[in-house]
Design a binder for this molecule. Structure first.
Ligand code: GTS
Length: 211
């Protein structure tokens, strides 16, 4: 088993879809935690060497990678879950880019408007989730994954975003039967379910703003 190392802050954040993928694919990986205060105080040398001055950082032997979506895609290729042809890969990328758009809105809300903007954010959330409900309905009537009949790296990214929003509003999927069944189905995958119940997952808040 290759030695994977993931370096990130002690939160789920942008590392969590990577962790969901690794756990579900049965990989073993090492976590290196960087304390947020050390990072911003300059105590952590890694900020200077990080490609874009940010985390997460992924390492496999001498190979180092930044950018969470590039890491997801790389692991998608590693585990054969990045599409079986050019068109499938492109559709997986498309969904993953859509998840990234939602993640950016979620991050903006959490880091800038958490105290004041929850009502507005939740009001608009159905508009943000409905494209994913439609994407699911177009693939085997929502009974499988976002693309094709095999899990892909985009599924882990979407699942993580669903988890984040369910934490914000446990009823947010009430009008999205396919997304709701999809997330429940994925959560029950044996290795994923073990990870979701694990202490290492549950000791980490979603973001530094979550307790
Ligand atoms: N596009 C990058 C990715 O997807 O990896 C964004 C990475 C990013 O914004 N990292 C933040 C960071 O390192 C933490 S978080 O957004 O993932 O919570 N912040 C510290 C800094 O110095 O910018």
């Amino acid at each position: 088993m290759p030695g994977f190392t993931l370096t990130y802050f002690p939160v789920r954040g942008r590392a969590e879809p990577i962790r969901l993928l690794l756990a579900d694919q049965g990989a073993i990986w090492t976590e290196k935690e960087v304390q947020i205060d050390d990072w911003f105080s300059g105590k952590c040398e890694l900020k200077k060497t990080a490609a874009f001055g940010q985390l997460p950082r992924f390492q496999r032997d001498d190979f180092v990678l930044y950018q969470s979506n590039s890491i997801l895609r790389y692991l998608g290729h590693e585990f054969g879950i990045a599409g079986s042809n050019k068109e499938e890969s492109a559709r997986i990328d498309m969904v993953n880019d859509g998840v990234e758009d939602l993640r950016q809105k979620f991050s903006r809300f959490v880091f800038i408007e958490f105290e004041t903007g929850k009502e507005k954010y939740l009001q608009d959330l159905p508009n943000q989730l409905s494209p994913f409900e439609k994407i699911l309905s177009n693939n085997a009537n929502g009974t499988k994954f976002v693309v094709g009949d095999k899990i892909s790296f985009a599924d882990y990214n979407l699942l993580d975003m669903i988890h984040c929003h369910l934490d914000l509003d446990p009823k947010c999927l009430a009008s999205f039967p396919l997304l709701s069944a999809y997330s429940q189905r994925l959560d029950k995958r044996p290795k994923l379910s073990d990870y979701l119940k694990s202490e290492k997952r549950n000791k980490r808040p979603i973001t530094p703003k979550h307790k």
